[in-house]
Design a protein around this ligand. Structure first.
Ligand code: DG2
Length: 247
């Protein structure tokens, strides 16, 4: 049997301010730091250890990995960073407050923007300063590969090849893997792994800073997934994420 641990970063400054974040590179809040440290303590207490870590190129996920690994005395582990694990690009919503948007456009429209599978938020203009096309960390990508908006389907299209070509082979080779990523890049991976329908994925929300364990059979078919620690607390935290876009 193979195992994998996923963790959404701890609370970010824009999670706290309830702003759409996407590819904007904001840091953790003190609460986010302490969530990451608690995750590390929990993993250590339950006897988890890792050989290899993956994360995005966004500091809220990178720093979550730092604090989690530090609690485990594992900051020396190899960490592979790749933009394919970035959060879903939130387009023209990046920086805007989720409740303000719900007041202006209605809860239902905000739910479509946040959770529908194939309806993207409005796109950024290519020269919008909130975009990433001049950002050196994406210099290996052609400008048109750097999104101006993404729906979850677009995020699946960049996350799943990275899973299949890079992460899954490392798990299958026997490496114990930890992934620190984002609400929607994790939803994209779960949709793929568990074969969740386009309609049902709307109801899946990922809480900050709680380790999520996957178990796979010998053919990397998922057997089960569960949150470490208090399951009720994880469910309550996921429900709180769901309500962040309601007026
Ligand atoms: C949040 C997710 O991403 O927001 O981009 O605003 O996981 O990096 O904090 P994260 C964002 P929702 O899709 O839950 O609104």
């Amino acid at each position: 049997m193979y195992k994998l641990v996923l963790i959404r970063h701890g609370e970010s400054t824009w999670n706290l301010e309830n702003r759409f974040t996407g590819w904007t590179d904001v840091d953790l809040t003190p609460t986010g730091v302490s969530q990451a440290m608690s995750a590390g303590k929990l993993l250590k207490a339950e006897g988890w250890d890792f050989d290899l870590c993956y994360t995005s190129v966004l500091k809220r996920a990178i720093h979550t990995l730092w604090y989690t690994l530090d609690e485990m005395d594992r900051t020396w582990l190899p960490v592979v960073k790749n933009y394919r694990l970035n959060e879903r690009h939130y387009g023209g919503l990046q920086g805007l407050n989720k409740i303000d948007m719900a007041k202006e456009y209605g809860d239902e429209q905000v739910l479509i923007w946040r959770r529908s599978y194939d309806t993207p938020p409005p796109a950024l203009e290519a020269d919008d300063p909130r975009g990433q096309r001049g950002d050196r960390r994406y210099a290996d990508l052609a400008p048109e590969q750097i999104p101006l908006t993404e729906c979850l389907k677009d995020t699946v299209a960049r996350v799943v090849p990275y899973w299949e070509q890079t992460i899954a082979p490392s798990v299958k080779s026997g490496q114990r893997v930890l992934i620190a990523a984002h609400g929607n890049s994790i939803r994209a991976l779960i949709k793929h792994l568990d074969g969740i329908s386009d309609a049902d994925i709307v109801n899946l929300n990922i809480p900050n800073g709680i380790p999520l364990v996957y178990e796979f059979d010998d053919n990397m078919k998922p057997l089960r997934r569960y949150y470490l620690g208090d399951a009720e607390a994880a469910a309550a935290a996921a429900a709180a994420v769901a309500s962040q876009g309601k007026a």
